[in-house]
Design a protein around this ligand. Structure first.
Ligand code: COA
Ligand code: ZN
Length: 301
């Protein structure tokens, strides 16, 4: 039975785009419930400019307030050395660097050229040397950019190589605005894993055009075993027009469980945590399994 790792991003990707600030203690509670449900990795928050992402201005309080469950990797997104310093002070397990594969989205998101981002990453890598904190390199807009359209496979392979040269331990290919097609996912991931067979490769899909779970299946077929997902299907980049939620964690775990994949994450606990998330937010979330129930939840005639 093949094992699939579920990496939860709701308190970063999900909450960054919400209209309202979620109180710190609710964020902490959510993260603790998610680790109890057995997710492999949690992107707890981001150490970015509080002016850019006001909803995550409490990053230190969140990171220092949660229970760190052994075996769970706690990661945080960082854009620069200042972010790395803040993350290291909170003893994160991993930092997640982010650069866009397309110049225009990178400029919108972090106000830098791709080259400038990578030069900053070298400084981050030097700063982190000897701290034991691992580095994941994310490539936003890997499957298409809302401003520029398609991004070539060669460009993606080149950018992965740049990340690996500066010492990244893992790579995430992110589909920031849901432009990836299943065919494209299979082809690109096959090429990446052919070139770097042992690379810890994560896929990060948004379900903007309804292709998210189909993309997961094609990623698995190409050999990928790690997927980011967001509880309730929340999420989106505030610097990309029309961005909508990530693939939904409980919908993903539901599908994989009933396809006989091994996932460490407990589906019932996820569903009850997704219901709790709706009470925190005061609005419905896009996830479907919390509305329809599991395929084994039958009804009286
Ligand atoms: N943590 C906290 N504050 C930070 C910071 C960090 N990692 N990096 C920069 N800042 C602060 C600076 O101290 C400065 O504050 P001041 O105005 O009070 O002096 C301000 O932000 C601007 O700093 P500067 O270095 O000029 O950056 P910028 O204005 O060009 O912004 C980023 C660049 C990357 C810091 C900012 O755009 C950002 O944080 N973006 C978030 C991207 C994101 O999370 N996107 C969604 C996920 S992909
Ligand atoms: Zn995302």
């Amino acid at each position: 039975m093949e094992t699939i790792d579920i990496q939860e991003v709701v308190t970063r990707d999900g909450l960054q785009i919400e209209d309202q600030f979620v109180p710190t203690e609710k964020k902490i509670d959510l993260i603790n419930r998610l680790s109890a449900a057995g997710v492999n990795k949690i992107e707890a928050t981001s150490f970015v400019s509080p002016k850019a992402i006001p909803n995550l201005r409490d990053a230190e309080d969140v990171m220092l307030g949660i229970d760190r469950k052994p075996g769970v990797t706690y990661t945080t997104l960082i854009p620069n050395v200042k972010g790395a310093e803040r993350a290291a002070a909170c003893k994160v397990d991993e930092v997640n660097l982010v650069v866009s594969a397309s110049e225009s989205h990178n400029r919108k998101n972090v106000r830098k050229t791709v080259e400038e981002s990578f030069s900053g990453f070298s400084d981050i890598a030097s700063f982190l040397t000897g701290t034991g904190i691992s580095i994941n390199g994310s490539l936003a807009t890997s499957f298409g950019c809302p401003f520029e359209g398609s991004v070539s496979e060669d460009r993606i392979l080149g950018l992965i190589n740049k990340y690996l040269e500066l010492g990244a331990d893992g790579i995430t290919l992110a589909d920031t605005t849901g432009m990836a097609t299943p065919k494209q996912v299979f082809e690109l991931c096959s090429k990446v894993l052919h070139r770097w067979p042992d690379l810890p490769l994560t896929l990060h899909f948004h379900n903007t055009r309804g292709m998210g779970l189909a993309n997961v299946i094609e990623g698995i077929r190409a050999g990928v075993t790690r997927f980011d997902a967001s509880l309730g299907g929340l999420g989106g980049c505030p610097f990309a027009p029309g961005a909508t939620g990530n693939i939904c964690t409980e919908d993903l775990v539901h599908m994989l469980t009933f396809m006989d994949y091994h996932v460490r994450t407990d589906l019932d606990q996820l569903i009850s945590t997704a219901n709790y998330l709706e009470t925190i937010l005061g609005h419905e979330v896009p996830g479907q399994v919390i509305k329809a129930g599991k395929i084994t939840d039958l009804h009286p005639m």
